[in-house]
Design a protein around this ligand. Sequence first.
Ligand code: SF4
Length: 339
Amino acid sequence: MEKLLELDNLHVSFQTYGGEVKAVRGVSFTLEKGESLAIVGESGSGKSVTSKSVMRLLPNKIGFIKEGAIRFQGKDLAKASEREMEKIRGAEISMIFQDPMTSLNPTMTIGKQIMEGLRKHQNMSKSEAKERSINLLKLVGIPNPELRVDEYPHQFSGGMRQRVVIAIALACNPKVLIADEPTTALDVTIQAQILDLMRDLQDKTGTAIILITHDLGVVANLAQRVAVMYGGMIVETGTVDEIFYKPKHPYTWGLLASMPKLNAESKELLAIPGTPPDLMNPPKGCPFAARCPYAMEVCVENMPDATDVSSTHKAACWLLDERAPKVEPPEEAVVGGAR
Ligand code: SF4
């Protein structure tokens, strides 16, 4: 498979009045042509900051890439100039944001918003760009695209607006599509339609997807590989089956256990007790140690290295050390009864 994007030991910080917030601490992963990688974790785990760093959309003068590389087709985006990034954003790598209400311009017609990227990156004439916009609206399932292309965002429902956002993101046939919580603002039935649409579009266009989410149900629907983030680091990575059926990291166990289960007899929804670490003063050992029911002395003092569980599955946990006590995942974290 062709490697499209490679993050290598990425560190991203924010300079605040209180000090430096180390939001991303040594993240590495690769994305291959046509694949879907989900990055999951709680709010504040660093998943959105990681994706915004790829687009170089960190808040000006506050957020900065401290160390590491973001190689896109061999070019290091961490060192690219703003002019170079303008050519890449929207054309080669594009992004769908969480809330379709705020990511569309209410004063411009849908057509004009789709045409903007086409005119800029693909030098299309007005009529060519309009025709392509109509085709894109058709592709994302908007009925009567010839009429709706001249309408404004307020004339569309939430789900339809997210379809338009996807059409804008796909307009220039990007190689990578970053979807940051693309269905969070939508109700469950519309969520399912948007996920179906994204899967279908990926089959048709071959675009690689990075899906940022806290929702493991969305992951199961769309992704092939998963990276679990906690405290600014990737703590476990593997195929969807490995993460759902053979998870090794206690944080992943916590996430799986907190998923609502339709057939469960238990009455209450489980949560991971405690709060994420303060990334202004990150712990020197495992970032999950303060909340982990299996934490040992070594966890507090030393960060575990990522251990290979299989050729596609890695986890950073001291429980995988041969000297550690044998611990099985809790029953609530086991999907489908496999251990
Ligand atoms: Fe828990 Fe220790 Fe593993 Fe961290 S390294 S997840 S604290 S057992």
